[in-house]
Ligand binder design. Structure first.
Ligand SMILES: Cc1ncc(COP(=O)(O)O)c(C=O)c1O
Length: 316
């Protein structure tokens, strides 16, 4: 098969899964390849400069969850960092659905990435680069597996590392500047924790690697409003809590001291949903088991995946 034929085959919509893609598929420059074979150009500034934005959407039981909301967020973010994909949002949408269909994955973690691209030799002006789009789908990723969620996790609030200030790197534009988040994770390991979250340097909790933070304090469900990513799981939970009046909600600064006296703490992420925290900085949260509101929201979150408002089936 010629390159052109391969490209045509890769981009045309297919209803059959390809067993070669069962472990995951990647879309690179018009070709669908097994994810373990996917390669990016070493000079892509997404790789050497973190000059990109990306988004991650899940597929659960054969349907994308909030696909159009993810695409809208992705578009807002690429616009904010002055990127422009080589094709439109509708084509990205069709390509993602096709990629997952061809992988045959029913529960998947689907990433779309737009990089500044590869400069011409000697070129330094980012305005001249041709931006590049990449995507991949792999089996569903859990920050915390369901069996671990049943027990809850041990969260550490890092003391030696703060979140990159929003005026340096905008955390609402999903990015690969994970140096601070990974440093916080190592600090958590060093202090006997499983996950680490960072503060803003002024005593307020922000977020951690791949998740937002919620706390139930004096019966009020609180989560930071600024200086954090507008997580889709966070957004879904806020909407569910508002729709159902499950608890009073407060979006705003969440001081570490308030978190420390919370009766329930949980984390939210596409990669795992609602993840209970039962130990915070070595101290027990509540009665040491996932809290009642946490468990209720966890159940509601997964139920929302069946809601036709949110579900886009992969098979037509
Ligand atoms: C820094 C950060 N915060 C929060 C989240 C959670 O966002 P979502 O619920 O859309 O997965 C992520 C997801 O990767 C993240 O990277």
């Amino acid at each position: 098969m010629t390159g052109v034929e391969r490209r045509a085959a890769a981009t045309s919509l297919s209803t059959v899964a390809d067993p070669a893609l069962a472990g995951g598929a990647a879309w690179i420059e018009g070709e669908l390849v097994p994810v373990e074979e996917a390669r990016i150009p070493i000079l892509d500034t997404g790789f050497v400069r973190s000059d990109l934005t990306y988004d991650v959407v899940s597929v659960w039981r054969g349907s994308f969850f909030r696909l159009d909301d993810h695409l809208a967020r992705f578009q807002r973010n690429w616009t904010r960092v002055r990127l422009s994909p080589p094709f439109g949002r509708d084509e990205i949408r069709a390509l993602l659905i096709d990629m997952v269909r061809r992988s045959g994955l029913r529960d998947a973690y689907v990433a779309m990435i737009l990089t500044r691209g590869v400069p011409a030799p000697g070129e330094r002006d980012p305005r001249s680069f041709r931006n590049r789009f990449y995507a991949y789908a792999v089996p569903f990723v859990w920050i915390q597996r369901p069996d671990q969620q049943a027990a809850g996790t041990h969260l550490v609030i890092a003391r030696d590392t703060i979140r990159i200030p929003p005026t340096a790197v905008d955390p609402t534009v999903k990015n690969f500047h994970w140096g601070d988040l990974v440093r916080g994770l190592y600090e958590a390991y060093d202090r006997g924790g499983a996950l680490g979250a960072l503060t803003d340097g002024n005593g307020n909790v922000t977020e951690g690697p791949g998740f937002n933070v919620f706390a139930l304090v004096d019966g009020v469900l609180r989560t930071p409003a600024d200086g954090v990513f507008d997580g889709m799981t966070r957004r879904t939970l806020i909407e569910l809590v508002q729709e159902e009046g499950a608890a009073p909600l407060q979006l705003g600064p969440l001081p570490v001291a308030e978190l420390a006296r919370a009766s329930e703490v949980f984390l939210s992420s596409t990669a795992g949903g609602v993840m209970p925290v039962t130990t915070l900085d070595g101290a027990t949260v509540g009665d040491g088991r996932p809290g009642e509101l946490t468990r209720r929201l966890q159940a509601r979150y997964w139920l929302a995946h069946e809601d036709p408002r949110f579900a886009t089936p992969v098979t037509r």
